[in-house]
Design a protein around this ligand. Structure first.
Ligand code: PRP
Length: 187
């Protein structure tokens, strides 16, 4: 492992196969994404919608790098139930608190895997008639895609492996890791 756990000395070390992206690499890519998004939304006030829980770290870093005015809101959905594979059923646990009709909306995801979650959310939000709807994801595990979802901004394309850290969990743990790592498959 190229990084040690930060602020988590009492936490059991996860069984890591390989660190995919260090904290520094993630921060650098987030800055680049923020630059692109700020340029594309110049003169607009987008609503950034974070998909809980995994997307919160990405949202909080991304919004601090944006140079355009924006609002944020949250949706809580779950399809993995803390495990390693999708249940195939997307559950809405909490809905938005604001009306997005006529607004420029940007969905902020940590990872797109099968695409089922995003496809569901995208259609749900399009039904509320936003002025525009775009998607940014930090990670794109595109070889696992089961539904074709248009993604406007991608941080990193990753291989088909189970990843943890920077918001991504294994049984709700390890979201706090500052890096993104592949877990050992026999962990
Ligand atoms: C993860 C992730 C995405 C979804 C992507 O959420 O945050 O929302 O899975 O997978 P898909 O493309 O196969 O649908 P999860 O259900 O694990 O909830 P969490 O964010 O609370 O960890």
């Amino acid at each position: 492992m190229t990084e040690t756990l930060q602020g988590a000395s009492k936490m059991k070390e996860p069984d890591i196969e390989k660190v995919l992206f260090t904290g520094e690499e993630i921060q650098a890519r987030v800055k680049e994404l923020a630059l692109d998004i700020s340029r594309d939304y110049e003169g607009k006030v987008p609503i950034l919608i974070s998909v809980l829980k995994g997307g919160v770290l990405f949202l909080s870093d991304l919004m601090r790098e944006l140079t355009v005015l924006h609002e944020i809101d949250f949706m809580s959905v779950s399809s993995y139930d803390g495990g390693m594979d999708t249940t195939g059923v997307v559950r809405i646990l909490a809905d938005l608190s604001i009306n997005i009709e006529g607004k420029d909306v940007l969905i902020v995801e940590d990872i797109v895997d099968t695409g089922l979650t995003l496809d569901y959310i995208r259609h749900l939000l399009l039904g509320r008639h936003p002025k525009s709807l775009k998607i940014v994801t930090l990670l794109d595990k595109r070889e696992r895609r089961r539904v074709d979802v248009p993604i406007d901004y991608v941080g990193f394309v990753i291989p088909d492996a189970f990843v943890i850290g920077y918001g991504l969990d294994y049984q709700q743990k390890y979201r706090n890791l500052p890096y993104i790592a592949i877990m050992k498959s026999d962990a």
